[in-house]
Design a protein around this ligand. Structure first.
Ligand SMILES: [Zn+2]
Length: 367
């Protein structure tokens, strides 16, 4: 993010072409979220079923949306039987991005195409995706992805930031943004426990001073967003285990604004591990400039739950092609288009709720 991009001006009435947004269009969308006080759900996808469900739900709610792939989701997209696991992570992500580029414009919403957590081991994955974007950029003038996440929060701060700077230089040259992580988000996905003493552990809470340091190093290089830890955890835990302190986000914004005399909310903030959070804390976080909230666990459950209900309602169709007693053929019921559609509908219904809670309904910039 260059200095002029941080000023809270212009964009509230901006309109964009539907489809994957990158570069300036992506920045316009981020800014519109922060100015408008709303947040876009970022949904982890694993195949065309989940991608199309997200696009359908976004269109239905007239909201823009963020589609993201974890390295595991990308690998699954390429196929579990693909012979080379690293290649599968790369080609699966490229294939998914191309599907979204083609389809999103016809669904009529703006879509941010993003990759999720990449720790130190997975930096080569991100770099391979940048290679693919370079080729796509030469062919079309656009990158494949709007942004990539680099999660080097387990490394010392200096190393985290210098590696982010190195990648951002390369990414920014083709209009790609990055998301960085400062402080460690707890929970299953990262293999970081959520112990009772977590509240006393300063590494679980991002320090505003560190965010300022990131801003000073990265903002001259390109556009970036920050996943800050404020007590959030991945996955769903029993009530009371998630003790959010969104004021950490506000303190970070205020420190950067005061130090560099920027407009309000100079940072682009991301909320990880939001599943199961109290609505009042979500709203508070949103008001501090959170433009992206990751939703994975709840949507996995929504997809699985509806398929489970479908199977419960039609148990025989999952055991017999033709009913052994009545001779009824069950082809119309076991057709994967029926039960996969049930899963998609489960996701769409849960996304309706997400768009509502995140207050993005009716706010698509697509025209
Ligand atoms: Zn995360």
């Amino acid at each position: 993010m260059r200095k002029e991009d941080t000023d809270m001006t212009v964009v509230s009435k901006a309109k964009l072409k539907p489809g994957v947004v990158t570069g300036k269009e992506y920045q316009t969308l981020v800014q519109a979220c922060k100015e408008g006080g709303y947040t876009l759900p970022a949904v982890n996808v694993v195949g065309t079923n989940s991608i199309n469900a997200v696009l359908e739900a976004a269109r239905k709610n007239n909201s823009d949306v963020i589609i993201q792939l974890s390295n595991g989701g990308a690998e699954f997209y390429a196929g579990k039987g693909f012979p080379d696991s690293f290649q599968a992570k790369v080609l699966g992500a490229v294939s998914a991005a191309k599907h979204v580029h083609l389809m999103a414009q016809h669904y009529g919403v703006c879509v941010v195409m993003h990759t999720d957590h990449a720790n130190k081991k997975l930096i080569p994955w991100v770099e391979a995706l940048l290679n693919h974007s370079e080729q796509y950029f030469r062919e079309t003038g656009r990158p494949l992805f709007s942004s990539h996440m680099l999660d080097l929060s387990e490394e010392p701060l200096e190393e985290n930031l210098s590696e982010c700077a190195r990648i951002l230089k390369r990414a920014a040259a083709m209009d790609i943004s990055i998301e960085i992580e400062l402080g460690i988000t707890g929970g299953e996905e990262d293999g970081v426990g959520s112990d009772d003493d977590a509240l006393d552990n300063p590494s679980l809470y991002t320090q505003p001073q560190d965010v300022l340091q990131a801003y000073e190093l990265l903002s001259p290089l390109g556009h970036f967003s920050v996943a800050a830890s404020f007590g959030n955890v991945h996955g769903v835990y029993a009530p009371g285990n998630v003790k959010l302190r969104p004021e950490i986000l506000k303190n970070s914004q205020d420190l950067v604004q005061a130090t560099h005399k920027t407009g309000p909310k100079p940072l682009n903030l991301v909320f990880h591990g939001g599943s199961g959070s109290e609505q009042s804390k979500i709203e508070e976080a949103m008001s501090y400039g959170v433009f992206k909230m990751n939703i994975d666990t709840d949507l996995q459950f929504a997809f699985a739950h509806e398929i489970g209900e479908y199977v419960k309602k039609n148990p025989k169709a999952f055991q017999y092609q033709i009913d052994p007693e009545t001779q009824t053929p069950y082809k119309k019921i076991y057709d994967p288009r029926k039960w996969l559609r049930a899963g998609e509908e489960g996701m769409i219904n849960r996304l309706d709720e997400a768009f509502r809670v995140l207050q993005s309904v009716g706010k698509s910039l697509a025209q």
